[in-house]
Design a protein around this ligand. Structure first.
Ligand code: AMP
Length: 127
């Protein structure tokens, strides 16, 4: 389902942000899921057979910028990740959900995103 561009336009965004451009369809992506608050698309450089990024439509740079007002939004992202894992057939074999926060943890795009990774064995501890 596509959401009307008027709805997307109403959400706070950063015109220089790569993921805001993807959400606003200014840059192409392979969509996996969308609702009023969350957009999910396949990672361009997948690190596992399933590698989907779930992003809020609202521009939020890092996990450090979340506050209580975002509680429901983060819950929606996690619930959507679980549903996408089920769709991908990896609920039982296992999957990993990762938020990288800041460059020291590997964050390269400053719009929060939940990595959903699965379809292969995962090592621990992560690199
Ligand atoms: P992170 O390093 O945690 O900030 O993750 C950013 C992710 O965005 C990486 O896994 C990239 O492969 C992915 N990525 C960057 N550009 C695009 C794009 N145009 N479409 C889909 N995924 C992208």
């Amino acid at each position: 389902m596509d959401f009307p561009s008027s709805e997307v336009a109403a959400v706070a965004h950063d015109p220089n942000c790569l993921f805001c451009k993807i959400i606003r369809r200014e840059i192409a992506s392979k969509k996996a899921y969308e609702d009023d608050a969350v957009y999910a698309f396949h990672d361009i450089a997948p690190q596992a057979p399933t590698h989907i990024l779930l992003v809020p439509k609202e521009h939020i740079a890092t996990l450090n910028d979340l506050d209580e007002a975002h509680e429901a939004l983060v819950g929606k992202m996690l619930l959507a990740a679980g549903r996408l894992a089920a769709e991908a057939g990896i609920s039982r074999s296992g999957y990993r959900c990762v938020f990288n926060c800041m460059s020291g943890a590997g964050q390269s795009v400053y719009h929060i995103h939940l990595h959903l990774l699965g379809g292969r064995p995962m090592g621990w501890p992560p690199g």
